[in-house]
Write a protein that binds this ligand. Structure first.
Ligand SMILES: CC(=O)SCCNC(=O)CCNC(=O)[C@H](O)C(C)(C)COP(=O)(O)OP(=O)(O)OC[C@H]1O[C@@H](n2cnc3c(N)ncnc32)[C@H](O)[C@@H]1OP(=O)(O)O
Length: 388
């Protein structure tokens, strides 16, 4: 097994770009990643690309060859789909390919176009990531599903809408300096509390927005980086994936996410670390309650304790364990098929010290990224570490 290094990262600004095509967005992210990596595109041996709803948004299901063209690479190209964890899975397979010695250079990431469709069509399109036969047809949408999870959490452990509003305010504050974020304005706890309801107890600022965007990473072997004297100081040292029952009705406990528990256990074991080594985290806060569930699955907080982390200031930028310094899905945005790659790009910038929020984690050595698919029916966790 060889060490896998992040040689370069590239992102588009997340937001509403209905006039831009998917290939245009992914081409821009890839261009930035190659510039950052200082790697020749001709060296790329595989493209792993994440996308979820291309067939609906662009009438384009078979996207990988197009994205290879847009990125200027000529190599085997594969589209990965795992709902909102599509890019996480694409990156995980790239990491495994490089670690196994099957390739020295892999381009991984993803893209989603969403804002060219009206919200109700996006909501319906996203719902196919839940159990269609037994739940979606009965009316369960993603805001509805996460509202059920939030209420189950409150019933099991306590907590309130105000605790969730602190998560929203924290992540909106973190997005202000991030040039790639969709929403760069602060939102106060009071504004979050007073916002219109989406699905009780979740209101507007408890939800991630609808977003267009792309992410790209150039992953290389340690040997390739050393031979070319690349500045690739961040390594992906652990990767893990988990799966849960699809239907919420089949789950034992709606306030627990065992797919993410399993992914975290596997990623920590792969990296040879324990949860207490983590200095900074990017987690899948598609809804504010999802951040709480992620913190507990990652072992960063005990069950029932994640809910107060933002309110008590532990996970804020100034806290002991900053979470979602990028702004998270909540404020940075959530182009679903790109998000898993974006989290790793943001963590890499934070650990390298060139993120606008790096000043909050000057001594960080270990970062963890948590990317979830659907109602966490699938989850992917990666551990990143500063290498010598
Ligand atoms: C595993 C997973 O990841 S599942 C998650 C998948 N993603 C989702 O489910 C998306 C969830 N979000 C949504 O569905 C939508 O953003 C909604 C329903 C919350 C809001 O959509 P709409 O009601 O159509 O809002 P609309 O687009 O009209 O925007 C109204 C205003 O709120 C703002 N806004 C919209 N959504 C958000 C948001 N989530 N956060 C902050 N501001 C928002 C808009 O910019 C707009 O502001 P303006 O009036 O100043 O221009």
């Amino acid at each position: 097994m060889t060490d896998v290094r992040v040689a370069g990262v590239g992102l588009t600004r997340f937001g509403s770009h209905p006039e831009r095509t998917g290939r245009d967005l992914f081409g821009e992210a890839a261009l930035r990643a190659f510039e950052d990596a200082d790697v020749d595109r001709a060296d790329v041996e595989e493209l792993n690309y994440g996308n979820f709803m291309g067939a609906l948004a662009e009438h384009q299901g078979h996207q990988a060859p197009l994205m290879a063209e847009a990125a200027g690479v000529r190599c085997p190209a594969t589209r990965y789909e795992s709902a909102c964890a599509s890019a996480g899975v694409a990156v995980r397979e790239a990491v495994r390919t490089v670690a196994a010695g099957d390739a020295d250079v892999v381009l991984a990431g993803g893209m989603e176009r969403m804002t060219n469709l009206p919200t109700d069509e996006v909501t319906e399109g996203l719902a196919i990531a839940a159990d269609d036969l037994f739940e979606v047809r009965a009316g369960v949408t993603f805001p509805g599903a996460y509202a059920l999870m939030a209420n189950a959490y409150f019933d099991a452990y306590g907590g309130s809408r105000e605790d969730l509003a602190h998560v929203a305010a924290k992540n909106h504050a973190n997005a202000v300096p991030n040039e790639y974020a969709q929403y760069r304005e602060e939102v106060s706890v009071e504004e979050a509390m007073d916002a219109p309801p989406v699905a009780e107890p979740l209101h507007l600022y408890d939800a991630c927005p609808i977003t267009d965007g792309a992410s790209a990473l150039v992953l290389v072997s340690e040997e390739y980086a050393a031979d070319r004297d690349l500045d690739a100081s961040v390594a992906v040292t652990g990767t893990g994936q988990g799966t849960d029952r699809m239907a919420l009705g089949d789950r034992e406990h709606l306030a627990r996410t065992p797919a993410a528990d399993d992914a975290a256990d596997a990623a920590y074991a792969d990296a040879g670390i324990e949860a207490d080594a983590v200095d900074v985290a990017e987690v899948h806060d598609c809804f504010t309650i999802a951040e709480v569930l992620a913190l507990e699955s990652l072992g960063l907080f005990e069950p029932g304790e994640g809910i107060s982390a933002a309110r008590e200031g532990v996970t804020t930028a100034a806290g002991d364990l900053p979470v979602n310094l990028s702004g998270g899905l909540k404020a940075k945005g959530h182009p679903v098929g790109a998000t898993g790659g974006s989290q790793i790009a943001e963590l890499t910038r934070l650990l390298r010290g060139d993120h606008p929020n790096s000043e909050h984690v000057p001594d960080a050595e270990v970062g963890v990224a948590h990317n979830a698919g659907g109602t966490v029916a699938s989850a992917v966790v990666h551990v990143l570490e500063v290498a010598e």
